[in-house]
Design a protein around this ligand. Sequence first.
Ligand code: 0O2
Ligand code: 0O2
Length: 226
Amino acid sequence: MGQWDRFLQPYKQAVDELKIKLKGIRAQFEKSNTTSPIEFVTGRVKPLASIYDKTLEKGLVFEPSDTLAHELQDIAGVRIMCQFVDDIPTVIELLRQRNDLHIIEEKDYITNVKKSGYRSYHMIIEYPVGTIQGEKVILAEIQIRTLAMNFWASIEHSLNYKYKGVFPKEIKNRLQSAAEAAFKLDEEMSEIREEIREAQQYFTEYKEASKPKVRQNHPKGDREYQ
Ligand code: 0O2
Ligand code: 0O2
């Protein structure tokens, strides 16, 4: 295993564990017949090429080191998508209550929208990973955003690659107004949130009720038709 692979291994483990834990929150809400504030979760270890770019930007040496681990806070990144803006504080509170992670910084780019139009809530956490050499505490970033914010950020991120961060004025303006349109959509959806939630609840119950029942204790778990 190369030195980068060894360095990144705990980050990979942290991303995998955090994804399972966060998906577990969603599953618990579903099992208790309550709509989950988490729609879906994704995660990634920062690709080496992006780590390289960041080291150049920050004037760091591109080599696995404690300095790098300390300076780059998003080598492990997890993203939580919510349906509604109001779900975001609920998720934040759920995370603040956990004792398997320690939040060291919170950045509210929803109240303080970035100049680009970017909206999201970020948390930098310390997360302990069990390794064969003992516990290693690593930094990870959790981004919490709505589906609309995510849609905008994904598009902007791809364009950023194309234009290498220097957008033509026209594109920049359009992106900024698209960000406002996406937020307006979030606000509109929040207005009819209860209607949507009721419809989703009804749909989930309907799906559950129309599932064929599986007979308990049958060796092959045959379906019991009614
Ligand atoms: P399910 O049963 O589809 O919910 P993974 O390793 O596969 O868990 P990864 O590779 O980090 O996840 O990220 P990926 O593949 O981008 O997506 C993670 C999960 O988010 C997947 O579900 C996707 O189906 C789900 N997902 C991605 N985009 C959307 C979206 O726009 N809407 C919704 N509702 N879900 C999305 P799982 O975890 O594989 O399981
Ligand atoms: P990637 O490819 O997502 O990993 P830093 O830039 O990390 O040294 P800063 O500025 O405090 O320090 O970080 P910030 O802005 O709190 O968070 C950085 C991450 O947020 C970015 O990671 C993006 O994922 C996301 N982000 C921040 N601003 C924007 C934006 O204007 N547009 C989009 N699409 N995403 C944004 P990376 O490392 O840039 O990239």
